[in-house]
Design a binder for this molecule. Structure first.
Ligand code: GCB
Length: 627
């Protein structure tokens, strides 16, 4: 195998400098006494955290509902000296009565949103405290991280009373170093999770989905050697035939001896081993030709075992190899034009409802998409769980992955851009090795203002710097002039693929209006109809012009399908949406009952008529064929 000179993407060097600085701050901070206000080290991003040996902290956690956040804040607004993170137990002779006791509190399940676990928490927005005891045996030369799959929206963590990190953003995973905070024997972890919505949040106050709170995805302890592989990127080159390339990044102290240690990337089935010397900077680029590679595709989602090694650290991955690019108005997968037969999906759990998190949730949702005839899913409107991405890799479904820049954020606030970029760092940093993901979506239906365009253009540049191997998109609003739909949002300039949402027949006139609608797309780029559809209550029947009935929804799809074939640069579609999902914006009693009913399947798994209309079109390949 040939090896290129080592050079790292610009962002790696920045990150590494930051890591060194953070390690120093972390060491200093972990030794100070507990205080809620103490700044805590920033959590780190791990690629393939689910591939690491882990001690699961899933299960029942003691929980205290704290709407005024009294567990942190004292009666005059300062610090509560009896902060709940201390996990104190009342002692005889205590001067001050401890007013909380996790051992007497009721419990919540982790992973899981709290809204679906207790009727009283159904509408709750505010802080809840979680506590779990665990036993641990520290090992020499081993670092340990608290891995949090997702905590919506802000969260703070303490181990044995020492603050270990805080995090903002409800849909990405993060890892708090707890090496200095754990000890041999019994330990405890306390988390405060607050799902209050904020003006300057990402997303912000308004969304069209349920603001499920809590530790919504799995929590574990991950052990790694002192110097270990924290992030890596392994992909097929777009420009050189049969070349696998990427980089491996390390975290931790680098000794002189280590600078002679090699980073190895091995793909046993291909008998390929790339071994690269580490240079001073703590990471390496690698590049090597392989023979006999079978490419990943929806028809043949071939995954290879890939082993990455450095010193005494190693991680074993399952990775598919494919390329994706744009040529004119075509999307090319493995060099060949493809039409994306898709469907949009929220991370709503089938049958039980609430936030999805398990393999079973992922397999049910993606199984329905496969049965529909899809080769593509739009995972809306925020990064979905790792289980979903692993299932998409296995099942051969291409993925649109989305940053929760939804509707009208504070686009003129630089701090909000930082938050969006931080969530992008986490989304791309954790999921960059999934062959299934082909599109990073920057935003959904944002208002056309200068501040917005500047914000998302910066976000797109950031995404390209993090990952130049995939395509950048966003779902844009479309302008209607009479019966002409115009796609000319200036944000289109920053995108590789234009996403467009439209609701002809639902928010706009009647299903038949689609027959007389013309499309003017001002960009010579591929376009995906990222949303279309209408509401229907499963089992409600009537004429095809009676709203809320299955017949009406089916009628929308029939007319839309014909219209879509008249858009010459249409290269994909992801109608709204696979399954009904909970949203407080949908109060219509007897019909919506707080569910957005645009699903082709009800939340209880009942398929509506429109499902079969779309299925027929996808199975017969009668969409994506311009007349
Ligand atoms: C949209 C939004 C989506 C909503 C949908 C609707 O345009 O992108 O989040 O749920 O419309 O049902 O109105």
């Amino acid at each position: 195998m040939k090896r290129l000179p080592v050079c790292l993407p610009a962002h790696m060097n920045v990150r590494m400098a930051r890591n060194i600085a953070l390690a120093a701050i972390a060491a200093a901070l972990l030794s100070i006494t507990a205080s809620w206000a103490a700044p805590a080290p920033a959590p780190i991003i791990l690629t393939g955290a689910d591939r690491r040996p882990a001690i699961s902290l899933n299960g029942e956690w003691a929980a205290i509902v704290d709407p005024y956040f009294s567990g942190l804040v004292g009666f005059h607004g300062g610090e509560n000296k009896d902060g709940y993170f201390l996990n104190r137990k009342a002692q005889p002779g205590d001067e001050f009565p401890t007013q909380y006791d996790f051992s007497k509190a009721s419990t919540l399940k982790v992973p899981g949103d709290w809204n679906m676990q207790r009727r009283s928490l159904y509408y709750y927005e505010g802080p809840i405290w979680y506590e779990k005891d665990f036993t641990y045996q520290p090992k020499e030369h081993t670092r340990v991280f608290l891995h949090v799959g997702a905590a919506n929206y802000k969260s703070w963590f303490w181990v044995n009373g020492v603050k270990v990190c805080e995090h903002e953003g409800g849909y990405t995973s993060f890892n708090c170093e707890v090496t200095a905070a754990v000890h041999a024997g019994s330990n405890f972890v306390v988390a405060a999770v607050d799902n209050t919505r904020h003006d300057d949040g990402v997303p912000t106050l308004q969304t069209d989905w349920w603001n499920y709170g809590g530790l919504t995805r799995e929590v574990s302890l991950i052990e790694v050697p002192e110097t270990f592989i924290d992030q890596y990127d392994v992909h097929l080159s777009r420009t050189e035939d049969s070349v696998i390339e990427g980089w491996v990044h390390l975290d931790g102290p680098l000794t002189a001896m280590m600078s002679e240690t090699k980073v190895e990337v091995e793909i046993p089935e291909l008998k390929a081993k790339i071994s690269t010397s580490l240079e001073k900077i703590g990471g390496v680029y690698f590049h090597g030709k392989v023979e006999g590679l079978q490419r990943w595709s929806p028809e043949d989602p071939k995954l290879y075992k890939v082993i990455l090694r450095f010193g005494n650290d190693s991680i074993e991955e399952e990775i598919g190899f494919r390329t994706v690019e744009v040529r004119g108005t075509e999307i090319l997968l493995n060099g060949k034009p493809i039409f994306l037969r898709g469907i949009s999906i929220h991370a709503e759990a089938p049958y039980r409802t609430g936030r999805a998190y398990s393999d079973k949730d992922a397999e049910t949702l993606l199984g329905w998409a496969k049965e529909l005839g899809c080769n593509f899913v739009r995972l809306a409107h925020y990064p979905h769980d790792e289980t979903m991405l692993r299932a998409a890799d296995r099942m051969g479904l291409l993925v649109w992955s989305e940053n929760p820049v939804y509707w009208a954020l504070q686009f003129d606030n630089p701090k909000v851009l930082d938050k969006a970029e931080q969530q992008l760092d986490e989304e791309i940093g954790t999921s960059r090795n999934h062959a299934a993901i082909i599109l990073w979506s920057m935003a959904n239906e944002t208002p056309n203002t200068e501040a917005r365009t500047k914000f998302i253009t910066a976000e797109a540049a950031h995404a390209r710097e993090l990952d130049p191997t995939r395509l950048i998109t966003a779902a844009l609003l479309v302008k209607a002039e009479g019966h002409t739909m115009i796609v000319d949002d200036p944000l289109g300039k920053a995108l590789d693929v234009i996403g467009t949402n439209e609701y002809i027949g639902w928010y706009l006139e009647h299903p038949e209006t689609a027959d007389i609608t013309q499309w003017r797309v001002e960009y010579q780029k591929p376009m995906i109809m990222s949303e279309l559809g209408g509401d229907a209550k499963a089992g409600l029947h009537g004429g095809e012009n009676d709203r809320w009935t299955e017949e009406y929804q089916a009628n929308i799809f029939r007319h839309q399908l014909k219209m879509l074939n008249r858009i010459p640069q249409l290269r994909g579609m992801s109608p709204w949406i696979l399954m009904d999902f909970r949203s407080p914006n949908r109060p219509l009693a007897g019909i919506q009952d707080e569910f957005n009913r645009k699903g082709l399947i009800s939340e209880q798994g009942k398929k509506k008529q429109a499902y079969f209309i779309l299925q027929k079109a996808y199975k017969e390949n009668s969409v994506g064929k311009p007349e």
